[in-house]
Design a protein around this ligand. Structure first.
Ligand code: PHE
Ligand code: NA
Length: 445
């Protein structure tokens, strides 16, 4: 069980630090670009409000009641139709998959901290060529930065939840939000701002395919850190009288606002410079640097601060991706934190290296399975399959395996009865059916 406890503010900060990450600033804009804009955003927002928020609260409830890791929550909490729930514990392994590619992207960001401080590309074309060159040819450089990201992440987790995680969040989250808001004000003065709003908020449903629906739903889970036990594990360290309802609401709101601001800034620049929205994973690395370049030395400073803050947003999420698996291994196998992290570290480092070389032109042959690179396989299988599946199980578990009285006792004081009923209906019916429908539609039709 957990020795350390979060303070109340510490929990909200750490949960927000976990939620707000590369998902908001790197992934959300590029997925929106690839999936045609507004319709993707619309489905993503719908999922956050009607599914994500209720699953978030459900995961917090499981953690708070079990006070243990995700596997033991599924094993020890059921009061109805017992033993089969334990398979829900599979979700503690999803973190290994996500972390392997997540640290590579943090490595790219490290590289761009350096780029911003030195010489920025002057046009979108130049920026595109530079980013593409890094991904497809610079194995050594990428490995160096990936290793750095990896070491930092594991070092922080080795220090334990409170000292390591709580502290850095406190300083860096406000910095990141501040820079983004500044960039937003700047974007408002540019020609492309109107186009960016139209692109993001006017849905064109002719662009929707079953794949883009699944991506939007999967991304809603990814961005809220749901479906793999992160929120459950953090909630296990909450003080007794915490208000799970307000913390869920504030984390989801903050996460969504930051993603939308990032989207507005990035697409304003894309449209102002006449660039292509569907750039893929390089979008943020291609659209922003030329803007920073145009601002002269000031741009170097803002760019530097932006990528530093983004790196920290990434790291606070990365530590939260390691923690559920680590916590499970420590409790289950009675091993030390360092031992657990060593095993996890070796596994993710090997997987991450494979993912990295799967983007390199001359080496991709060694890391391609069924014609798909390891990087893409890890990304797709985690976001579009494992996280929604984990979320589905959490919803079913809280909706059917736990007694309703227990939920009322825990949450009743913190939400009006009507809100409780809506939430309960959502985790019993709306969330499971919604997730199942989307997955079945994509996988079998
Ligand atoms: N929510 C994080 C982001 O948006 C990623 C993450 C996924 C963190 C799953 C923890 C668990 O970047
Ligand atoms: Na997020």
């Amino acid at each position: 069980m957990h020795g350390e406890r979060f303070s109340k503010v510490g929990f909200v900060l750490a949960a927000a630090g976990s939620a707000v990450g590369l998902g908001n600033i790197w992934k959300f804009p590029y997925m929106t670009g690839e999936n045609g804009g507004g319709a993707f955003v619309f489905i993503y927002l719908l999922t956050i409000v009607f599914i994500g928020l209720s699953v978030f609260l459900a995961e917090s409830v499981m953690g708070r009641l079990s006070r243990g890791d995700a596997v033991s929550a599924f094993e020890t909490l059921p009061q109805k139709n017992g033993q089969y729930w334990k398979y829900g514990g599979f979700m503690v392994f999803t973190g290994v998959i996500i972390l392997s590619f997540y640290t590579i992207v943090i490595g790219w960001i490290f590289k761009y901290i350096y780029v911003a401080a030195t010489t920025l590309p002057s046009s979108v074309e130049e920026a595109g060529a530079a980013f593409g060159g890094m991904i497809t040819t610079d194995t050594v450089g990428q490995m160096l930065f990936f290793t750095l990201a990896f070491v930092i992440t594991f070092y922080i987790v080795s220090q334990g939840i409170k000292r390591g995680i709580e502290r850095i969040n406190l300083v860096l989250m406000p910095l990141l939000v501040g820079i983004l808001v500044l960039l937003l004000f700047y974007a408002m003065t540019l020609d492309g701002f109107g186009d960016s709003l139209r692109f993001l908020f006017i849905p064109d449903f002719s662009k929707v395919t079953s794949t883009s629906i699944l991506s939007a739903v999967g991304h809603a889970f990814f961005t809220l850190s749901l479906g793999m036990g992160t929120i459950m594990t953090y909630s296990a360290s909450l003080p007794k009288d915490s208000n799970l309802v307000t913390s869920s609401l504030s984390v989801a709101a903050l996460d969504t606002i930051i993603a939308l601001i990032a989207g507005m800034v990035i697409f304003t620049l894309i449209f102002s410079f006449g660039a292509e929205p569907a750039q893929g994973a390089g979008l943020v690395f291609i659209s922003l640097p030329p803007l920073f370049h145009d601002l002269g030395v000031l741009g170097n400073i803002i760019g530097f601060a932006f990528f530093v803050a983004l790196a920290f947003a990434g790291i606070t999420s990365a530590v939260s991706i390691v923690e559920p698996t680590a916590m499970y291994m420590i409790n289950r196998f009675k091993i030390s934190r360092v031992q657990a992290l060593s095993i996890l570290g070796v596994t993710t480092y090997v997987l991450g290296t494979l993912a990295l070389i799967s983007n390199v032109e001359t080496l991709k042959g060694y890391a391609t399975i069924f014609g798909k690179g390891v990087f893409d396989i890890l990304d797709f299988s985690s976001s579009s399959i494992l996280l929604p599946l984990g979320g589905l199980l959490v919803a079913l578990f809280v909706g059917y395996a736990l007694q309703k009285d227990r939920l009322v006792a825990l949450l009743g004081d913190h939400m009006p009865k009507a809100a409780f009923d809506v939430w309960y209906f959502s985790i019993r019916y709306v969330a499971p059916l919604g997730i199942a429908a989307v997955m079945i539609n994509q996988l079998f039709f």
